[in-house]
Ligand binder design. Structure first.
Ligand code: CA2
Length: 146
């Protein structure tokens, strides 16, 4: 059975509780559920982790090597400056799908840079829950393999 690691970075545990105008009313559990349901339907296991600590995400990416086939990552604000997440992703051999709930390019200038993107197979932004569904479809499709 193939396996997906779904990672969420800082503050995404607050989804559905604050800033509904930007991030909507869905909770983190809703986002995880969309990926898990679709992936499991297609015979793929999902492990998920949300952390507010950069090192936890780096450790999880290291541990994914040889254990998971695909990483789906919304690194939160770490997207824009975490070279340690960037470097860790560089050591992962499978496809990496970067996903964002909002469209960072339509927001403050600092959000227009992603240090995750150069390591990602593809990036999906601005589609909310639908973006996660697409990410799960891509992750469970053989042609996503790089
Ligand atoms: O749109 C996305 O998915 C982001 O990755 C969300 C990050 C943001 O820094 C990125 O630029 C784009 C922020 C997540 C913070 O989430 C909150 C949710 C509710 C209340 C407060 C923060």
């Amino acid at each position: 059975m193939s396996s997906i690691l779904l990672l969420h970075g800082p503050n995404l545990n607050l989804l559905g509780q604050r800033e509904p105008a930007i991030y909507g009313s869905h909770t983190l559990a809703d986002y995880v559920k969309v990926v898990r349901t679709l992936a499991e339907d297609r015979g793929c296991a999902v492990e998920d982790l949300q952390s507010n600590h950069e090192g936890d995400l780096v450790d999880a990416i290291h541990a994914a090597r040889g254990r998971h086939d695909v990483i789906i990552i919304n690194a939160g604000a770490l997207t824009h400056y975490s070279w340690s997440v960037h470097d860790a992703l560089g050591a992962f051999e499978g496809p990496i799908i970067e996903v964002h709930i909002s469209n960072p390019h339509a927001r403050e200038p600092f959000r227009r840079t992603s240090v995750v993107a150069p390591k990602a197979t593809c990036t999906i932004v601005g589609l909310g829950l639908r973006g996660y569904e697409i990410a799960a479809r891509v992750a469970t499709t053989r042609s996503s393999q790089r």
